[in-house]
Design a binder for this molecule. Structure first.
Ligand code: HEM
Length: 474
């Protein structure tokens, strides 16, 4: 007994029923076909789960059988043949690289040690915005917040200060991340049609050459970072994960143990670059968008922040984050309505399974639609409204234990960058909201704020959020 789903056409299955935005198409179809839905994308069977119960069954009860990733043309290329974390199948490469990143990048020790990097980068953000504030010019929040995350994450992981480095400029980095995410998120027909046919369509449509070009550009960028490490020895700031992996490549340990290669190194760089840079900045932009649309919430939040932290502080530190409770509720509510990766990353079943009374065959792609769970009226009162107060006295958190709110996923493949990502988001927003008051440009009202989304597996606000900053006078 397969789950119900829309009737497909020969060869293409249900592909014609999906729009550009997969999570929205799945959401709409699930209103007709129910919370567990079966589709066929070309030859690939897909089951979509749209409720808390479904997400919990998959990610908690069947964690081990559903924790591999499907093999796709784009993900194979950008994970250097599945040598990294995010796109790799469950197995030795994934396990070893995730373990290494947990120690060298995400451990509590590293989080504490790298605090000064996040604080310095946030101070730079304030300086940058202050310049626009003096002249009362518009700030494109996407640009400045992307620059904050990109420079923080790349400095943490690659030891590279991008503002001082001669082989990269921030606009190029943004272009590179967005181009790569968009090309990975677009369909390769090779993955959905019988071998020869899909292969031919991808060559005629240009998909194959677009993938190769984007891959060449990103590989080139990684090559620069690696060469720079080899040339200068240990990096400017600290010994980073690139240094550690280069050591492992050059001095392999005892026979029989796991052998780290350049492909592992580039795949981990690709993970950090693609998974770590965009999601925090997208979250901050959505939070600022919702706050601008809800001036009462903005006012309450800024009053709480300023009353708690006191007047005329010169600098925000990470210790301040523990004191600003309402900011955390605002971020949770932002995640509920705007999860940056609404379908998480796709999973694949490693065995035939029985889930919620349905048969799910081995090698089926599993999609968890957190866009739907975040708007499920059986979990949330007035689900379409932005109400951070709903989390006061609520046990629900974002860390993968509450299946109605899963911005970072859950289970074995949960995001390992939760703590890093959350600190960047909290610190960035706290700086932006403590030091500045924000207004819409002349002639624009709240109603004019466009809420359209863009992106395939990472979904951002499509139209830039441009606001005027004014320094706060105490
Ligand atoms: C607001 C910030 C972030 C959000 C919302 C976010 C969200 C996610 C989500 C939804 C997944 C898929 C989880 C699943 O399939 O269950 C994921 C995976 C991942 N994220 Fe994050 N992420 C964030 C920040 C970061 C940062 C800063 C890094 C690294 C510097 C990072 C590295 C990764 C990696 C490596 C994976 C793959 C995990 C695996 O497959 O084992 N993320 N993230």
């Amino acid at each position: 007994k397969l789950p119900p789903g829309p009737k497909g056409l020969p060869l293409i299955g249900n592909l014609h029923q999906l729009g550009k935005s997969l999570h929205r198409s799945f959401h709409e179809l699930s209103q007709d076909y129910g919370p567990v839905m079966f589709l066929r994308l070309g030859v690939v069977p897909v089951v979509v789960f749209s409720t808390r119960e479904g997400a919990e069954e998959v990610l908690k009860t069947h964690d081990l059988e559903t924790c591999t990733r499907p093999k796709l043309t784009g993900t194979r290329l950008f994970s250097f043949n599945y040598k990294g974390i995010g796109f790799s199948q469950y197995g030795d490469d994934w396990r070893e690289m995730r373990k290494l990143a947990m120690v060298e990048l995400f451990s509590t020790k590293k989080l504490k040690a790298f605090r000064y990097i996040r604080e310095e980068e946030s101070e730079l953000l304030v300086k940058k915005i202050s310049k626009s504030a003096q002249t009362q010019t518009l700030v494109d929040l996407r640009k400045v917040l992307f620059s904050l995350t990109a420079s923080t994450v790349c400095r943490l992981a690659f030891g590279q200060k991008f503002h001082e480095c001669d082989f990269v400029d921030m606009d190029r980095v943004e272009e590179l991340v967005l181009e790569t995410e968009s090309i990975i998120g677009s369909f390769s027909f090779t993955d959905f049609f019988p071998t020869g046919l899909g292969w031919a369509i991808d060559r005629i449509s240009g998909q194959h050459s677009d993938l190769q070009k984007a891959f060449a550009r990103i590989s080139n960028f990684f090559r620069y970072v690696i060469d720079d490490h080899l040339k200068t020895g240990k990096s400017q700031d600290h010994s980073d994960i690139v240094d550690v992996m280069l050591d492992m490549i050059n001095k392999p340990s005892e026979v029989g143990s796991f052998k780290v290669t350049y492909d592992h190194l580039k795949a981990v760089m690709s993970d950090v670059f693609l998974a770590g840079v965009n999601a925090p900045s997208i979250t901050m932009v959505w939070a600022m968008t919702e706050l601008t649309r809800h001036p009462i919430v903005m006012k309450k939040l800024q009053q709480e922040i300023r009353a708690t932290l006191g007047d005329n502080k010169e600098k925000i530190t990470e210790q301040d984050l523990e004191k600003v409770h309402y900011l955390k509720l605002v971020i949770q509510e932002t995640f509920r309505l705007h999860p940056p990766a609404p379908l998480l990353l796709p999973r694949e079943t490693m065995a035939d399974l029985e889930i919620l009374g349905y048969h799910i065959p081995k090698n089926t792609t599993i999609q968890i639609n957190t866009y739907s769970t975040g708007r499920d009226p059986s979990c949330w009162e007035n689900p379409n409204d932005f109400i951070p107060e709903r989390f006061i006295d609520s046990p629900v958190e974002y860390k993968g234990q509450h299946y109605e709110l899963l911005p970072f996923g859950a289970g074995r493949r949960i995001c390992p960058g939760i703590a890093t990502g959350m600190t960047i988001v909290e610190l960035g927003l706290l700086n932006v909201l403590y030091f500045f008051d924000w207004s819409l440009p002349d002639g624009m009202t709240i109603k004019d704020i466009d809420m359209e989304e863009a992106g395939a597996f990472v979904v951002a606000k499509k139209v830039p959020l441009e606001l005027i900053p004014t320094p706060h006078h105490w």
